[in-house]
Design a binder for this molecule. Structure first.
Ligand SMILES: *Cc1c(COP(=O)(O)O)cnc(C)c1O
Length: 483
C-alpha cells in the first residue's frame, strides 16, 4: 500500500507547481494581459468569424500535458480575438461590461489564498470585507442601519433572491399563488420573468402597468390597478420597478411608486442592475430619488462600478427579512454558529461555498477611492447627452426621448424603402465593420439602434468614432453623403 501511495503522491504533487514554475505561469499570464491591454485601443469591438471559437476543441484534456504558451495561443486566437469585446471602450451595445485591472489582481489573490467566504466563522476578515461593500452600497441607496445584502454573480440572481424574500415575507402560501399579483412594466428585464418561474410563482398574476411616453411606469395606473385587484380579493405581492431599463434606459417614478407601496403595504423592489451606481452622481440622485423607499434593490457592480463579470448585489432594507428567507443550518455546520458578530453570506443567499467576490470590489475602491468612479459615471452621462445632440445633426435621424441615464435609441428614416429593413441593415453593417459596437432593439414594431455608454474606457474619442462610423454606414447604404 505504501508503494502505491508513494507513486500516487508523486503524480499528485504535479498539481503544485514549484516556485520556478509559478513564476513562469505568472510571467506569461502577465505578458498576455499586458499585450491585451496595450493593444486594446486598436482592437475591434466586435469580430464576426465563421469558426466561432471552435479551435478550443483542438486541445482535449486527456493525453500529454501542454505547455502554457500553446494554451495561451489558443486563448488568444479562439477566445480573445472573436466575438464581442466587452473590455473595449468602443463597445456601446447591450449594457457594456467593465474589467478594472485591480479586480483581476484581487481575483488572483482571492483564488491563491482561497479563503472560505460563505460563513463568518471560517474567514471573519473576508466576510467583513464583503459586508463593508454591502454596507457602502446600502448607504448609497439610503437604507438605514439594519439593512443587509448579498454579493451575487449578477443581477439575475439578485432579482431572484429579492423576489423570494418578498414572497416569503408576504406569508402567501402556495395555495394562494394564483391570487398573488406582481406589478411591473413591459420594459422589465426578462430575468424577472425567469425569477418568477424559479420562485414557483408562474401561477401568479403579472400586471404590466402602462408606461408614459418615456417608457416609465405610470404611477397613477399602478395605484388604480392595485385598488381594483384588492377589490377583486387578489393579493398584491410585489412591485418590480426599474431604475434604468436595460433596453431604453428609463427610470420608473420611484418616489411615487414608493409612496403607493408604503400605503398599500406591498413589497417594493427596484431593479437598478444597470442604473444603480449613477447614484454616485448628482444627476443620478435626482432621477432615482425615492429609491430609498424600496424594500430591496438589485445593483450590478459589473456594470456601473466597472468590475469584471460575475458581480451583482441584492440589498434589502430590513436585513432580518432576507435572513428569515435565506438562512438554514445543518448538523455539520454547528461550529460555525459560534461567531455571529457579522452576518454570514450563506445566511443571506442560496449559496454556501462561493467565490470571494468582495475582494474584487473592495480593492479598486481602496486603491482609487470613490472620486474617479463618480467622475467616470458623470462622464458617461455627459457623453450620452453629447451623442444625443450630435446624432441629430445627421439628416433623417429620429431620436427617442432625451436620455435619463446613459442609454438612448434612434433610427434613420430613409427617403424610400422600409425603415425597419434599413435600420437592421445599418446594424449589420456596423457589426461587419466591427470597429465599434452598437446593438438594436424594437419598440412595438419599429426597429431602433441603441447606444449604451457604460464602459469605463469609453471617452469622447470613442463617441466621435461611433458617430463617424454611423455617418459612413448611412452614406454607404443610401449612397448620399450625410452632413
Ligand atoms: C443586466 C441587467 C439584469 C441582469 O443582470 P445580470 O448581471 O446580467 O444577471 C437585470 N436587470 C437589469 C435592469 C439589467 O440591466
Amino acid at each position: 500500500m505504501k508503494e502505491r501511495l508513494k507513486k500516487l503522491e508523486q503524480q499528485a504533487r504535479q498539481l503544485e507547481p514549484t516556485a520556478k514554475e509559478r513564476d513562469h505561469l505568472l510571467e506569461n499570464a502577465k505578458r498576455y494581459g499586458a499585450d491585451f491591454l496595450d493593444n486594446l485601443p486598436e482592437l475591434p469591438a466586435y469580430v464576426q468569424t465563421n469558426e466561432k471559437g471552435r479551435g478550443v476543441y483542438d486541445l482535449p484534456f486527456e493525453g500529454q500535458p501542454k505547455n502554457f504558451d500553446t494554451i495561451l495561443q489558443t486563448l488568444k486566437s479562439e477566445v480573445d480575438s472573436q466575438g464581442l469585446n466587452p473590455a473595449s471602450g468602443k463597445h456601446a451595445g447591450y449594457i457594456p461590461g467593465g474589467g478594472l485591472y485591480p479586480s483581476a489582481i484581487a481575483d488572483y489573490l482571492a483564488a491563491v489564498t482561497n479563503r472560505y467566504t460563505g460563513v463568518f466563522f471560517s474567514s471573519p476578515g473576508a466576510v467583513r470585507i464583503e459586508n463593508m461593500c454591502i454596507r457602502w452600497m446600502c448607504d448609497l441607496i439610503g437604507y438605514p442601519d439594519g439593512a443587509a445584502g448579498n454579493l451575487t454573480s449578477g443581477g439575475s440572481i439578485a432579482n431572484l433572491v429579492g423576489l423570494v424574500a418578498a414572497r416569503d415575507d408576504s406569508g402567501i402560501s402556495a395555495n394562494n399563488f394564483d391570487r398573488a399579483v406582481i406589478y411591473t412594466t413591459h420594459q422589465v428585464h426578462h430575468c424577472v420573468i425567469k425569477a418568477i418561474k424559479f420562485a414557483g410563482l408562474s401561477d401568479a398574476i403579472i400586471r404590466t402597468i402602462p408606461m408614459d411616453e418615456h417608457y416609465r411606469m405610470k404611477a397613477s395606473k399602478l395605484e388604480k390597478q392595485i385598488q381594483s385587484d384588492i377589490e377583486e380579493d387578489l393579493i398584491p405581492l410585489v412591485i418590480f420597478a426599474s431604475a434604468g431599463t436595460t433596453d431604453l434606459g428609463a427610470v420608473d417614478p420611484l418616489d411615487a411608486i414608493g409612496d403607493i407601496a408604503e400605503r398599500e403595504n406591498i413589497w417594493f423592489h427596484v431593479d437598478a442592475a444597470y442604473g444603480g451606481f449613477f447614484l454616485l452622481t448628482d444627476h443620478g440622485q435626482e432621477v432615482m430619488s425615492g429609491i430609498e423607499k424600496s424594500d430591496s434593490v438589485t445593483i450590478d457592480p459589473h456594470k456601473g462600478l466597472f468590475l469584471p463579470y460575475g458581480s451583482g448585489a441584492l440589498l434589502v432594507k430590513d436585513g432580518q427579512k432576507l435572513y428569515e428567507s435565506q438562512h438554514m443550518t445543518a448538523n455539520y455546520l454547528q461550529d460555525t454558529l459560534k461567531a455571529t458578530e457579522e452576518a454570514s453570506p450563506a445566511d443571506l443567499s442560496p449559496e454556501l461555498s462561493k467565490h470571494f467576490r468582495g475582494l474584487r470590489m473592495w480593492l479598486p475602491l481602496q486603491l482609487f477611492g470613490v472620486a474617479p468612479f463618480r467622475a467616470a459615471l458623470e462622464e458617461k452621462l455627459l457623453l450620452t447627452r453629447y451623442f444625443y445632440r450630435e446624432i441629430q445633426q445627421i439628416d433623417n435621424i429620429e431620436v427617442g426621448p432625451e436620455p435619463e441615464l446613459s442609454v438612448l435609441f434612434f433610427r434613420y428614416i430613409p427617403e424610400e424603402g422600409d425603415a425597419n429593413r434599413f435600420n437592421k441593415n445599418l446594424t449589420d453593417e456596423i457589426h461587419r465593420d466591427g470597429r465599434v459596437f452598437l446593438s438594436s432593439t424594437h419598440i412595438n414594431d419599429t426597429v431602433y439602434l441603441r447606444l449604451a455608454v457604460l464602459n469605463f474606457r469609453t471617452h469622447l474619442e470613442d463617441i466621435e468614432l461611433i458617430l463617424s462610423v454611423l455617418r459612413e454606414k448611412i452614406h454607404k447604404l443610401t449612397g448620399t453623403a450625410t452632413s
